[in-house]
Design a protein around this ligand. Structure first.
Ligand SMILES: [Ca+2]
Ligand SMILES: [Ca+2]
Length: 389
């Protein structure tokens, strides 16, 4: 019964593992056909005001606000962000090619800030929930009016069974001889899946205190940040931290072969989505700090879980900044725009996850951009926070 609803949700919410939509080589969308981010209402932003009100009402914890444990202070500076025209190490693999939305490469100036050295863990999130009684998006019934407000007029409403609390869990599909898999083959809406039960009601996070929390919507991440006296990073801050002081390298640790990468980050080895070799030691999540830090001391800036940023996603945002010389501390566009899902409202996620592999998305490249609907919780999506100096 659930499977047919999964497709429905995917059509609405731009769900992805490592999104297939961005293989620009296969697309007829070109830079010229994309609207520029005029910074004035280009695109569409749908925000759940009720969820935002909940965030606003959360009180900042005075002790948390003064707590800098597990944070790293980054001095301000300039860096090169975005894709670079390099010789792909594996030209036969589309996932290694830079993607159109990473261009143009640009010099970004960033003020200094504090940033969590790891993804927010289950233990950290549990303290927040115990302290505030917060209920995550995935633990609540899906409000029909929120769904209908995001769909074209005339779209029939989903059945009630599709609106129960739950989240999208990865499932490895059987091998298909034709090899043509799509998102509904590997994501399943599981009632009862949430941060407490990442694979569904029978699963738990007992013994996984130091694993990254998952099934976190953008609103959930905002709520935690408010309580902790922190905020979500901008996309520009996130990439600055991810690059770890290196310039124009493919990964947060530098440049390397994919075999070397297996020692540096938790991603997917083997043919996605049917063969998970786990050469890096983990088929799913890994505890934070399992892999080496980058040059700034940051962990898992590549892989493990995707991390929410505060910015709306706009495919042409970098071009807009360069054209308008808006390269100091950019905060993101005013409106979301995704040429592959026009009419969607999506926030930026960065860094890739345990589901990214080198042939399919390579979201763990330092320049790779991705996006998701702010009300979506997924088994591979979490976050980390920052704080102003
Ligand atoms: Ca892995
Ligand atoms: Ca990560």
């Amino acid at each position: 019964m659930l499977n047919k609803f999964v497709l429905f949700f995917f059509m609405m919410f731009a769900l992805f593992a490592c999104s297939p939509d961005v293989d620009s080589a296969k697309s007829s969308v070109t830079q010229e056909t994309l609207p520029m981010c005029s910074m004035s209402g280009q695109g569409f932003n749908y925000i759940n005001n009720e969820a935002l009100k909940v965030v606003e009402k959360i009180a900042t914890d005075p002790l948390q606000k003064e707590n800098f444990t597990g944070m790293i202070k980054l001095a301000g500076g300039s860096y090169q962000r975005g894709g670079n025209e390099r010789t792909p190490m594996k030209p036969e693999l589309p996932g290694y090619q830079p993607r159109q939305d990473e261009f143009p490469n640009q010099t970004i100036n960033i003020k200094g800030f504090w940033i969590d050295e790891t993804e927010v863990t289950n233990a950290q999130f549990a303290v927040f929930v115990e302290s505030t009684g917060y209920v995550t998006t995935a633990e609540q019934p899906i409000p029909l009016e929120e769904i209908m407000a995001q769909l074209p007029p005339g779209t029939p409403p989903p059945p009630k069974e599709a609106l129960v609390p739950g989240a999208l869990v990865f499932r490895q599909p059987p091998v298909n001889p034709a090899g043509n898999y799509s998102v509904q083959d590997w994501w399943e809406m599981i009632p009862g899946a949430s941060w407490r039960h990442p694979q569904g009601p029978e699963s738990s996070i007992v013994g996984k205190d130091d694993f990254p929390v998952v099934h976190i919507s953008w609103y959930d991440a905002m709520a935690y940040a408010k309580w902790a006296g922190k905020r979500l990073p901008t996309e520009a801050e996130w990439e600055y931290a991810a690059r770890g002081g290196l310039t124009q390298n493919i990964f947060s640790w530098g440049n390397s072969t994919i075999e070397e990468a297996e020692k540096q980050a938790n991603f997917w080895q083997g043919e996605f989505p049917v063969e998970n070799l786990g050469n890096d030691g983990f088929e799913k999540l890994s505890p934070v700090k399992t892999f080496p830090p980058n040059g700034f001391g940051m962990y898992d800036m590549a892989g493990n879980v995707w991390e929410w940023c505060s910015d709306w996603y706009h495919a042409n945002y970098f071009a807009c900044l360069t054209e308008n010389n808006l390269l100091d501390n950019p905060l993101g566009p005013e409106a979301s725009y995704d040429p592959y899902l026009p009419g969607s409202s999506q926030k930026v996620v960065r860094g890739g996850s345990f589901l990214c592999n080198d042939s399919y998305c390579s979201g763990y490249r330092a320049a790779a951009r991705m996006k998701s609907s702010p009300d979506t919780g997924l088994e591979h999506t979490g976050f980390r926070c920052v704080r102003d100096l």
